[in-house]
Structures are given as structure tokens and as C-alpha cells.
Design a protein around this ligand. Sequence first.
Ligand SMILES: [Zn+2]
Length: 244
Amino acid sequence: MKFPNVNFHIHSKFSDGENTIHKIVDASLKLGLEYIAITDHFSNSWKSKVIPTLDSHEKLNNYLKKIKNIKHFLENSKEHAVLFAGIEIDLGSSKEYIHNFINPKKFDLILFEYLESFEGIAFIKNLINHWNLKIKYQQLPIFGLAHFDPSLFMYDGISILLNFLEDYMIYFEFNSSYSQFYSRKYQFFFEELKEHDIPITIGCDSHDLKSLNNGEEPLQMIKYYGLERNYKLFLDKIRSTTII
Ligand SMILES: [Zn+2]
């Protein structure tokens, strides 16, 4: 099966990336990427003191507006590339902060960063349930785990994790900047993902232009684990969803 060239995890100057969204998209087109998501940081934990984040309504609106404009441009051009409006939410952020700033209707894709405990699972469930009520069961964005470390749940609580991913339709990301999280010692975890039909995708956590097209190694590992069908589940879903 021929898979598209993708990168569902990219940072721009709106947080700690080096480039403007415009420049990222331009470079992605030249590299032949077909699906890309801008996923800048959102946080009010310690992280927000260290890196720039999407920390005001004005900045968030500006960010979404930029993405929307380029999205429209791509749709009306002959380029075979699709841009997704994403965001990476740090789970160390407070619930109130997230409720106040994040309108799920405005995003195609939301990544959760630092899922490390059962409390984290409960936190995400509460958020998604809250959004579900708020937008009255209209389509929610696609949800995924950013650079998730399987070892944190592999020996204790794997069934809780898998049921959660399945029930809330959350995908696992093969992140080329964190190849340790898809190393062969996690074979068992990947067999479980296959068994439970958990969608998977590829993100590079790109902060510069050189890493935009680093999806080849994750793709090899997806094939190594026999997860092509899980990857296809994700691709089918995004092909039927773009919100803005
Ligand atoms: Zn990131």
C-alpha cells in the first residue's frame, strides 16, 4: 500500500517553532508533503514560563485565522496538500484555563501532551465530555497523544489505557523526534494497539524546516509492527474531516 507523505505535529513561531506558518507550508509543498498539521503549544503549567505558547485570545484567533487563510488558499489551488488546524495541549494546564481558551469547534486536531498517569486519563475524559456537551454533539476534532511513552502503562493498566483510547477515539503518534517510544521493546504494546483498532499516525514534532519530512523512519516501524490498518483508520478519518 502506498501511504501519503504526512506530518501531523509541527510548531510555528506562534509557540517555539522557528518559522512562520506560511514558510512551513511553502517548504512542505516543496517537499511533497500531502497532509500537515500545525500544532502549536497551549499551556499554563511550568512550560508556559519556558517557551512561548498560544496564551491570549488574540493570539489564538490570529493563529487560527492564519491557518484558515492558507487552508483556503490550498483548497483553491492545484496543490495536493491539506493543512489541518491543530493544537498541542499540555495536560499540566488547569482545567479552567483550557475551558476558557479552547473552543473545540475551531480545531481539526487536538494533541494531548504528557499523558503519564490514570489522573491524566480522567482529565482528558472530563475535557472531552465537557466539549461534547458544549458543542451539543456536533463533530469534535480528532484527538491524539503527543509523543506518548508506552512504558508508563505497559506493565500496569494497559487495559484501562486501551479502553480509554478506544472509547474516546484517541490515536497514538509515531513521533520521529522520540523514536525511543516506538522501539522494539514495546512490541507487546503495538500488538495491543492492533488488536483494539487504535488509530495511529506520524508526527515529526518539527520546530525547523529540516525535520518536516522525517516521516520515513516511523513509517518503516509502522510496517514492521504490521500496523498499516491502524494507520489507514486514521487516514480515512482525516479524509472525511476538516473543520475550518
Ligand atoms: Zn510538540
